[in-house]
Design a protein around this ligand. Structure first.
Ligand code: GUN
Ligand code: FE
Length: 458
């Protein structure tokens, strides 16, 4: 096939694919036929064992719409990054030396304040969206900044470059925790700014397919006044949009909310009407059992950010337990709290951290005392699930798997890419182990094509 081809709409693909609609399970789709419609939707998925396979293949061939993906290349659902701070991209890989509450004031708020400058925003957001797409992220849930213009620029950038995105203007108005130079001037400024972004996204002339969605975005409880939290809850209800925030991330943050509101983040967000089917709670490391149950009942979701949590949360999110309880969970890079823009690296971190949670880490303790005593490990199947179908389901978006009715958001991984980092060995690597190798060893150079709704991105 012609790798430069701009669109796969109205084509039928013949591919080797993997997907993971169910947590902990991978489906190998060998020689699968995927029919794609005029709006980039998946019309049909036909496996060689299906009775109509040969006929579907010959029919696509005779109509001249069959695209055979190259041997040694594997089709995966595009990654769904459930937690990205778009303005923090310039400090990716820096500023990891201090605790969260210091990091915000010392590095992060000064950087985010620079997005007052539209030219700076345009440049930084252009690089970010291109790099995320190149890393295989076809959907991103973004925190922007408090600025109207820069947040609109992020929306425009995603539409121009063809990334599916959910974008929130950050609301933060608490005079005690936000600096004078970077704060919504009032409750009304926070609420009006949020409403105006929702209107901008919903009426954008280039957003007819709804690839970009608006998000109500209280930064976290410490940075918002109660009046703003209440107003945002009302907007979320009125507008029926997504909500994102940080939840029980670190000991400092968790204790702050307990002392200010006399309850946990989850309980407090719930009473403000901020916990629903379209809510994404970043981190959520320090949830109580009752918080988890509330999140499950509300059908809200957690964005697990394993790399970031190692630097700022001081605890490992119990991914396995959350999935077993039936919580919606997606995976997030938390750029720049996590020092990588790659969802693959975060998949690896999710597996690694889960192993450490299970075994414990203090070498001075004997194995019995060191271990948590609870099964906590997850493997590449769970990591791949939360990076794709899990995140998509958490966001209630029809992407993340190869199934009729879902949008064709996908990446092509070339395991033989010259500058890539995967080595497959004939006779040794087959079936789902190829996906295991992709998850653990692939890099940007292996990702040779990225499509959103059937259209080549960038
Ligand atoms: N809590 C409030 N703001 C932030 C942020 O920008 N990053 C992280 N990791 N936690 C936060
Ligand atoms: Fe964050």
């Amino acid at each position: 096939m012609n790798a430069g081809q701009h669109t796969l709409r109205n084509k039928t693909l013949l591919a080797h694919a993997f997907h993971a609609p169910v947590a902990g399970e991978v489906e190998v789709l060998a020689d699968v036929l995927i029919g794609i419609g005029a709006a980039g939707e998946i019309l049909s998925v036909t496996r060689p064992s299906d009775p109509d396979y040969q006929e579907a293949k010959s029919s696509a061939e005779s109509r001249g719409v069959l695209e055979t993906l190259p041997k040694g290349s594997y089709l995966l659902p595009g990654f769904v990054d459930c937690h990205v701070h778009a303005p923090q991209y310039p400090q990716l890989g820096n500023a990891l030396d201090v605790p969260l509450e210091v990091w915000l004031q010392k590095y992060t708020f000064p950087l985010e304040a620079r997005y007052q400058d539209a030219a700076f925003a345009r440049h930084a957001y252009g690089l970010l969206v291109e790099d995320l797409l190149a890393n295989g992220t076809t959907t991103a849930l973004y925190f922007a900044t408090i600025h109207q213009e820069a947040t609109r620029i992020l929306v425009d950038t995603c539409l121009e470059k063809g990334q599916r995105a959910l974008v929130g203007k950050v609301a933060m108005d608490h005079p005690e925790s936000c600096p004078d130079y970077y704060r919504d001037a009032s409750v009304d400024a926070a609420l009006d700014g949020t409403r105006s972004l929702i209107d901008y996204v919903r009426t954008h002339p280039d957003n007819g397919e709804g690839k970009v969605l608006p998000v109500v975005t209280p930064r976290f409880i410490p940075s918002c006044t109660d009046a703003t939290l209440e107003g945002l809850g009302a907007i979320a209800r009125e507008c029926g949009c997504h909500v994102q925030t940080h939840c029980s991330e670190s000991d400092w943050e968790h204790a702050y909310v307990l002392s200010r509101h006399g309850m946990t983040d989850t309980e407090s967000l719930d009473r403000f009407g901020l916990l629903g089917r379209h809510t994404m709670l970043a981190h959520s490391n320090l949830l109580t059992a009752s918080d988890m149950e509330t999140i499950r009942v509300r059908q809200a979701a957690v964005a697990h950010c394993p790399l970031s949590n190692a630097y700022f949360a001081g605890a490992v999110f119990p991914l396995r337990a959350a999935l077993q309880k039936g919580l919606h969970v997606g995976l997030g890079t938390d750029i720049s709290g996590g020092p990588s823009a790659s969802m693959l690296e975060n998949c690896r971190a999710a597996v690694t951290m889960s192993r450490m949670l299970e075994t414990g880490v203090d070498p001075e303790l004997g194995p019995e005392q060191r271990a948590s005593g609870k099964p906590a490990r997850v493997d590449f199947r769970h990591a791949f699930h939360v990076a794709t179908a899990g995140g998509a389901n958490a966001l209630d978006l029809p992407v993340g798997r190869f199934e009729p009715g879902f949008q064709f958001d996908a990446i092509l991984v070339d395991c033989a890419a010259e500058k890539g980092t995967i080595r497959l060995f004939d006779g040794l690597d087959e079936g789902e182990n190829i996906l295991q190798k992709i998850v653990f060893t692939a890099s940007r150079a292996n990702i040779v094509n990225v499509w959103v709704s059937g259209q080549k991105a960038v």
